[in-house]
Design a protein around this ligand. Structure first.
Ligand SMILES: *[C@@H]1O[C@H](CO)[C@@H](O)[C@H](O)[C@H]1NC(C)=O
Ligand SMILES: *[C@@H]1O[C@H](CO)[C@@H](O)[C@H](O)[C@H]1NC(C)=O
Ligand SMILES: *[C@@H]1O[C@H](CO)[C@@H](O)[C@H](O)[C@H]1NC(C)=O
Length: 185
């Protein structure tokens, strides 16, 4: 997997050291570490964000939203391609449910992002992050509905991705919310 360049214990140790190193320094100066440690998959989170430095939870939240939108759009394209290749009506039904779940996440995120950019309102974005996780789970569950037999999910990795990105959004907005509270108190 190209996502994890060190697929051995050295890599894991390195990541753990990075996380610990982040925590040795004053907390507010490392929003990325705080966000990632509270996400579903800290290593994945650090990997996707590691390319840049982020000064604020605000900036991290915007990038997290953008990355989630990009990954969800990619999955929607993939589902359309899959639908074009099959004739099994049950499977097409499953894919259509997944399309709806993914489209809902995209629309919800886009509308909350607009408000977030205008008013720095992060409660809705937080909820959209939770919805991303719930809908990823729902899509995965569709494959396990009984249609005479149970289908193997062809979207497991995509659903995992969406779920992790959703958890990163939740974590980023939690931190943003916390730091806003701190500033105002
Ligand atoms: C996020 O996406 C919006 C809309 O596509 C774009 O205008 C903005 O520059 C992006 N921001 C970041 C930090 O990637
Ligand atoms: C999951 O997300 C990562 C990071 O954005 C990306 O590189 C990878 O291709 C995604 N995997 C799938 C199956 O969409
Ligand atoms: C926000 O604050 C709560 C309560 O102090 C804490 O449990 C939580 O871990 C914090 N979240 C982040 C992302 O720092």
């Amino acid at each position: 997997m190209t996502l994890y360049p060190f697929s051995n214990s050295f890599g894991l140790t390195l990541i753990l050291c990075l996380i610990i190193a982040f925590f040795m320094t004053p907390s507010t100066s490392n929003p990325l570490a705080q966000v990632c440690i509270n996400s579903k998959n800290p290593r994945f989170c650090l990997d996707v964000f590691a390319l840049n430095t982020y000064d604020s939870p605000y900036e991290l939240t915007i990038v997290a939203i953008n990355l989630t939108l990009a990954t969800a759009s990619k999955t929607i394209k993939k589902i359309h391609t899959l639908i074009d290749q099959i004739e099994d009506e049950h499977l097409i039904d499953i894919y259509n449910y997944c399309l709806n779940f993914y489209q809902f996440v995209i629309d919800y995120l886009r509308s909350t992002e607009e408000r977030f950019l205008k008013e720095k309102q992060c409660v809705d974005v937080n909820d959209a992050g939770m919805t991303a996780q719930v809908n990823a789970f729902r899509c995965e569950k569709e494959f396990q509905r009984k249609w005479g037999y149970i289908y193997d999910s062809t979207l497991t990795k995509e659903n995992k991705n969406l779920s992790i990105f959703g958890s990163i959004i939740v974590s980023a907005t939690d931190l943003l919310y916390n730091s806003t509270l701190r500033k105002n108190s």
